[in-house]
Design a protein around this ligand. Structure first.
Ligand code: ADP
Ligand code: MG
Length: 361
């Protein structure tokens, strides 16, 4: 007799209620095993921090995500709530367009009076003026009148006439800003600040500092592709940061990074409009008043996100020669540039580090 035949016979001997009870018992045991497994997984995750907790929130006009290792779930959730709340507070302080923000108040008081600001706004202002100076004005936090003219502030895009550009450009000059003693003053009524090229980086750094104060040593904050890192992953391996290709859905390159630091990208594809087949994007050359055109994407790797953010915008305007020369002078700073011909240019320290598709890496 075949084994099958034997089983059929055996089963046929049992009564229907008996079979039902056995099935129920089996199901109960199975459910208990699944539950136990899940509990063990959670405990293990909290203790050893093998896989990170992931949280995402909409902030700074983009999707901001946090990956955090090595905490129990309840703790991780509390840390994430404090983090996003702090980031939201800073965004509100530094926003160009929120009538409640300090930057808005500085702009409203332009040509009239200095404005007392919080230590955070004062600090970003100092950083912005520093990067304006070392980039010889390629990065300029007083770029707002030009952004306004192109419609990049309200979204009412248009191509301005040359005389309009000249007039608005006349109000753009970081050297005229008076900042110090907890106050900021724009001496001309036509002047205005826009910290869009640096605020996100500053806020990421503040977020990382908050995580460090909470005892976290393995975390990553990703604000729409601008990434800040606190230590390696829990197992000591580096995070792998994928860079978006500026003209396709492909990954352009991968940068492994395991220490505290940042990888920030400025691209002409992030905010732009097209008119008569021409692309006009949001990073303006203060000297011409027009979108900078010698690069299409700039990624900067630096010890802090504020540095990486300001420099990615600065290099975008400076172009490949001046941009790479500046990077070679700055310790711990590296850059990856993409030209309009989609040629990749790397600073010296990045050549051995970056993984390109087809590298096998
Ligand atoms: P994103 O904010 O898209 O990540 P960036 O960091 O490059 O990209 O910042 C671009 C923003 O910087 C613009 O939206 C504008 O607010 C501001 N900006 C544009 N041109 C300049 C410039 N030459 N100097 C300083 N800030 C600029
Ligand atoms: Mg920037």
């Amino acid at each position: 007799m075949s084994r099958d035949g034997y089983r059929k016979e055996d089963r046929a001997k049992r009564s229907a209620p008996q079979q039902g009870r056995r099935r129920l018992l089996f199901l109960l045991l199975f459910a208990a095993a699944v539950l136990l497994g899940a509990v063990l997984l959670l405990i293990n995750r909290g203790a050893a921090g093998e896989s990170p907790f992931n949280y995402t929130e909409l902030l700074m006009d983009t999707e901001v995500s946090l990956q955090l290792f090595g905490r129990k779930e309840g703790e991780a959730r509390r840390i994430k709530e404090t983090l996003f709340e702090e980031m939201r507070r800073l965004e509100q302080l530094l926003s160009c367009c929120d009538p409640q923000s300090e930057v808005f108040e500085i702009n409203r008081a332009a040509g009239k009076r200095p404005v007392a600001v919080s230590p955070e706004t004062a600090e970003v202002m100092q950083e912005a003026l520093h990067y304006a100076a070392i980039s010889e004005g390629a990065f300029d936090p007083t770029i707002a009148p030009l952004l306004e003219l192109w419609g990049f502030r309200e979204g009412d895009y248009r191509v301005p006439a040359p005389d309009e550009l000249a007039q608005a450009g006349g109000a753009v000059d970081y050297r005229a800003v008076e900042a110090g003693g907890g106050e900021v003053y724009l001496p001309q009524r036509s002047m205005a600040l826009d910290l869009g090229g640096i605020a996100k980086g500053y806020i990421i750094d503040c977020g990382l500092a908050l995580l460090a104060r909470s005892g976290v040593s393995h975390a990553l904050i990703n604000a729409g592709g601008d990434v800040g890192i606190l230590g390696p992953k829990a197992d000591g391996s580096p995070w792998k940061i994928g860079l978006k290709h500026p003209r396709s859905e492909k990954i352009l390159a991968v940068i492994p990074r395991g220490e505290r630091g940042a990888v920030v990208t400025s691209g002409d594809y992030e905010r732009f409009f097209e008119k008569d087949g021409v692309r006009y994007h949001h990073i303006l050359d203060p000297r011409t008043g027009r979108p900078a055109s010698s690069l299409i994407s700039v990624t900067v790797v630096a010890p802090t996100a504020v540095q990486a953010d300001a420099l990615s915008t600065a290099l975008f305007v400076m172009g490949p020669e001046r941009g790479l020369a500046l990077v070679e002078d700055l310790p711990g700073v590296e850059a990856l540039l993409v030209t309009p011909q989609q040629e990749l240019l790397l600073s010296s320290g990045l050549r051995d580090l970056v993984e390109l598709p087809g590298d096998g890496g």
